[in-house]
Design a protein around this ligand. Structure first.
Ligand SMILES: Cc1cc2nc3c(=O)[nH]c(=O)nc-3n(C[C@H](O)[C@H](O)[C@H](O)COP(=O)(O)OP(=O)(O)OC[C@H]3O[C@@H](n4cnc5c(N)ncnc54)[C@H](O)[C@@H]3O)c2cc1C
Length: 309
């Protein structure tokens, strides 16, 4: 399979954007994860379409990787093709609208808007990851969600009839994203995010900056930002706060192998240095079981568990 990819995509290979048996731990905020059989880093829509078309024609599984901040990648890694979106980098402004490509860091989008005197994305400052990942997940914090500011998106339909036909692109209005808590139509329909436009409003850059700073400060006070993690492990169960449930079960600091429930925020699992994906998985199951037995509350994971088990 690797040789075939090399032959099929010589330009990608020669420019170091087609890699084989590539460890993914450094591409995940958990700093955990085995290798990808093939890691491709396209820079253009054309390259992305060619890669997807080839994978679908050859029935090779593929996975779209943003900044890896909401993933637990298995120790065995990911079979088939992993497509990293970091090559898609562009931010532009048109009046009160800002457009950003999928690979742009959410932090850069927020900083760009602030410098332009455009407010509305302060809540997102400090959420790690890419614009593509944020739209896919409908990321949110401190009372705001991506859905509140998103105007429209451009996506790719990863189906052979579309990729090889004349209509591989799908334009989604805000409503067509079907956003809900950490959920979007990109997840349910398996769409690939290319870019989004956000509708913002004018304000003083210094006032926007002050709000961003305040939010970032809160994050550093409450979350274990200094240790590798995947953010909140679980979605917020209705009527409860995960961190409190876990803490009330006496699990603060509980450790399996190199993975531990954070002392600072019990909704986070942190990698103390040498954690394996298996350690994290066992800790997740242990938390789910303990919380269910004590409170009959089911904790559903927010982080996405991917790769070969
Ligand atoms: C310390 C820490 C704090 C966090 N705090 C928050 C928070 O406050 N609020 C919050 O909502 N999240 C938070 N997160 C989780 C995470 O940052 C977000 O979910 C983020 O939006 C994920 O973006 P990503 O680029 O890293 O996506 P990845 O982790 O790379 O991928 C996540 C999912 O999105 C898909 N995806 C990524 N890019 C694309 C694309 N272009 N097209 C289609 N699918 C794509 C992937 O296939 C995967 O299924 C936190 C994480 C950490 C580590």
């Amino acid at each position: 399979m690797k040789r075939d990819f090399q032959d099929q995509f010589p330009l990608l290979y020669e420019s170091g954007r087609l890699l084989f048996d590539q460890p993914l731990a450094q591409r995940s905020s958990f700093k955990i994860g085995g290798p990808a059989d093939v890691l491709a880093l396209p820079n253009t829509q054309k390259e992305l379409i060619a890669l997807l078309t080839y994978a679908l024609q050859k029935q090779i599984p593929y996975f779209i990787l943003g900044k890896g901040t909401n993933l637990l990648i298995s120790d065995k890694g990911i079979r088939g093709l992993v497509i990293g979106m970091e090559g898609f980098q562009k931010i532009t402004r048109d009046e009160n609208y800002v457009s950003a490509f999928a690979g742009v860091k959410l932090r850069h989008l927020c900083e760009f808007a602030q410098q332009e005197g455009l407010a509305g994305l302060e809540f997102a400052h400090g959420i790690p990851g890419s614009v593509g990942g944020a739209v896919f997940m409908n990321a949110g914090a401190y009372g705001g969600e991506i859905k509140d500011r998103l105007y429209c998106s451009k996506c790719l339909i990863p189906e052979l009839e579309h990729l090889t036909g004349s209509d591989p692109i799908l334009h989604l209005t805000a409503e067509q994203h079907d956003f809900s808590y950490r959920m979007s139509a990109l997840q349910t329909r398996g769409l690939i995010h290319l870019s989004s436009v956000f509708r913002l409003f004018e304000d003083e850059p210094s006032a926007i900056k002050a709000r961003m700073k305040e939010i970032e400060q809160k994050r550093w006070e409450k979350q274990p930002m200094d240790l590798p993690s995947g953010g909140s492990v679980f979605k917020r169960p209705q009527g409860h706060f995960t961190g409190k449930l876990v803490e009330d079960c006496g699990l603060k600091g509980h450790r399996i192998g190199g993975a531990a429930i954070s002392d600072k925020h019990c909704g986070f699992i942190v990698n103390l240095g040498q954690a394996s994906a298996q350690d994290v998985l066992e800790l997740i199951k242990f938390i789910q079981k303990t919380v269910y037995e004590r409170y009959q509350v089911t904790l559903e994971t927010e982080i996405r568990l991917i790769g070969e088990r």
